[in-house]
Design a protein around this ligand. Sequence first.
Ligand SMILES: [Zn+2]
Ligand SMILES: [Zn+2]
Length: 281
Amino acid sequence: MQSVFKADYHVHPDYSFDAARDTIDEYCERAVTLGLREICFTPHYTAVPAVVDKFGFVRQKGEKVPVTSDWLGDYIGEVRAADAKYRAKGLRVFAGLEIDYCESIHEFLKKRLIEEYKIDYMLGSVHLVNDNLDIMIPSEAEYIFKNTTPTDFYDAYFGEIDRLIESGLFASIAHIEGYRRYGVHHNPDYLDSGLIPYKHFEKIFTKLHDRNMTLEINLSLFRDGQNVTNPVEAVLKTAYDCGIRRVAIGSDAHRLKDLAISVDSAVDICRKIGFGVFSLA
Ligand SMILES: [Zn+2]
Ligand SMILES: [Zn+2]
């Protein structure tokens, strides 16, 4: 029997430069109120050379500093203190990162994040495709989705996902249908359930299963009105059919009020399909 419970494994505290100033402690307090059993923080770690000047920053003690500078000690220390404080209240707290991957920084990521800092949860994300345009930035997404057919886009996007998996650095993949957020504004094909690229998903999910990795049920589309999980239920069913038995739940909150948004819908889908909830505890 798989264990299903409320957790949030994708949370951007104040360390994330694109997040509100809500602190790790404030998120933990709210997590207890919401009845979460586990929370894992995932500030962005964007060190990809092509975009490091644009996105490669974090906030440390209120100051903007390069993501490659020495802030991880502070961050992990704060997470460990929160874990010690909130454990008695039934909440476990973990230190993750949401990371953009490319081969040229493979050794750097491995040495720094896995060997030196022993990050609890390496969450891999593909935000960047086609010469490093960001599918989560509206203007760049518009350019990509207007100038690429879905077939070509999927080839490029799932190629990036494949490289991320093959790197062997990651435990999980974030928002695997990341193109849904903005793609749908430019081409209705991205919304058409009859056009879901199952061939790509089957290949990717089989590989995830072989490598004992997981994917997340990302809940951020509940805050921008699409009100579906990412990936949608039909794709999650495909993941199950490919052998995956545990999935991570992640709200992708960038401010306190979005913590664990619609977590119950993720819990319901887990029960319905038969997934357990991913846990580091
Ligand atoms: Zn992301
Ligand atoms: Zn995120």
